[in-house]
Write a protein that binds this ligand. Structure first.
Ligand code: IPM
Ligand code: MN
Length: 357
């Protein structure tokens, strides 16, 4: 059956990086005899400014029903107040499509400058599995006596046994699969803050221990406080194999992860609904980079990496792996991964990946 992909170029440089990813998709699908279809949607800042609408619930249901996966360019428009599109589009899709896993590989590719002294591709190579539907992202909380000197604001960290357990099970399975493929050592690290967050972290830790002991004796369990984890990312990243982490801490450590793998030009992630029939969404982690828009200078590799993940997770592992290998052959040719300093234009980098396929 053809892979049905909804394409959401979004704002800023989104359309430019999407264009390159679609070029690569066409090339690899042609080579592999892989049937696919794409349909493009204009959700984003411009549409919001023109119509006042971001995305309707029915439109999300259409994405859910009619597509296997979504490829997203970027969200964020300089004329729209921060938070509106992020909440209205990105978080809305993650929640309504129940994409409860945010998978963010942290891999340093060959020839990429790493800000860590004496660390190379063999040292920076792990996966972060961030829970994607709970925690501080639920928007639970409120104000009391707003705008008065006695104002109170609360923001609640929500952990449900159900939400935590499905994320942990995905992570254990992921670590097991990596080990079986010779890509990991069968080590799963839970990152939280049990020494302070004695309720939410306690639920996570107990579930981690119980599930690990009962169903995943072959996987070694490890635990880090989130602050210590940041330290280890910089000092000993080679220690990590697979990390599982709640939403907010996962948001923070994956930006640090993106920097040690060469920056926002390369970092990709997947918002995954692993359930049968689930619609997952893949995206470059970086933003819409308004100041580089329309100049053909933005790095498309993160979006091409998101495409590789879409294929790998969408039952087309061989095609996805080929795209990832082509990215690895391309990175050594670039002067830098930063926008405007690659030594090539956006279009040319897309061409290099196709040549490497
Ligand atoms: C990310 C982003 C989002 C998040 C923002 C844009 C809402 O930072 O994908 O990591 O916090 O999850
Ligand atoms: Mn983030």
């Amino acid at each position: 059956m053809a892979l049905r992909i909804a394409v959401l170029p979004g704002d800023g440089t989104g359309p430019e990086v999407i264009r390159e990813a679609l070029k690569v998709l066409k090339a690899v699908a042609g080579d592999e005899g892989l049937p696919y279809s794409t349909e493009t949607f204009d959700f984003g800042g411009d549409r919001y400014l023109a119509t006042g609408k971001i995305i309707e619930d029915e439109e999300i249901q259409t994405l859910r029903k009619n597509f296997d996966a979504i490829l997203l360019g970027a969200v964020g428009h300089p004329e729209v107040a921060p938070g509106i599109l992020e909440k209205g589009l990105l978080l809305n899709l993650r929640f309504q499509l129940d994409q409860y896993i945010n998978l963010r590989p942290v891999k340093l590719y060959p020839g990429v400058d790493c800000p860590l002294k004496d660390k190379g591709p063999e040292d920076v190579n792990f996966d972060v599995i961030r829970e994607n539907t709970e925690d501080l992202y639920c928007g639970a909380g409120g104000f009391l006596r707003k705008h008065s000197p006695q104002e109170v604001a609360t923001q609640e960290m929500i952990a449900t046994r159900f939400g935590v357990e499905r994320c942990l099970r995905y992570a254990f399975e992921f670590a097991r699969r990596k080990k079986a493929n010779g890509e990991g050592k069968g080590l799963l690290t839970l990152v939280h803050k049990t020494n302070v967050l004695t309720f939410a972290a306690d639920l996570w830790f107990r579930a981690f221990e119980e599930i690990g002991k009962t169903d995943y004796q072959d996987i070694q369990r490890d635990y880090n406080h989130v602050d210590a984890c940041c330290m280890w990312f910089v000092k000993n990243p080679e220690f990590y194999d697979t990390i599982v982490v709640p939403n907010m801490f996962g948001d923070i450590i994956t930006d640090l992860g993106a920097m040690i793998q060469g920056g926002m030009g390369i970092a990709a992630g997947g918002n995954i609904n692993p359930d049968p029939g689930g619609t997952s969404m893949f995206e470059p982690i970086g933003g819409s980079a308004p100041k580089y828009t329309g100049q053909d200078v933005i790095n498309p590799l993160a979006c091409i990496g998101a495409l590789a993940m879409l294929l790998q997770n969408g039952g087309q592992k061989k095609a996805g792996d080929r795209v990832e290998e082509a990215i690895k052959k391309t990175t050594p040719k670039l002067r830098s991964l930063a926008a405007g300093r690659m030594g090539y234009s956006t279009t040319e980098v897309g061409d290099l990946v196709i040549d490497a396929l």
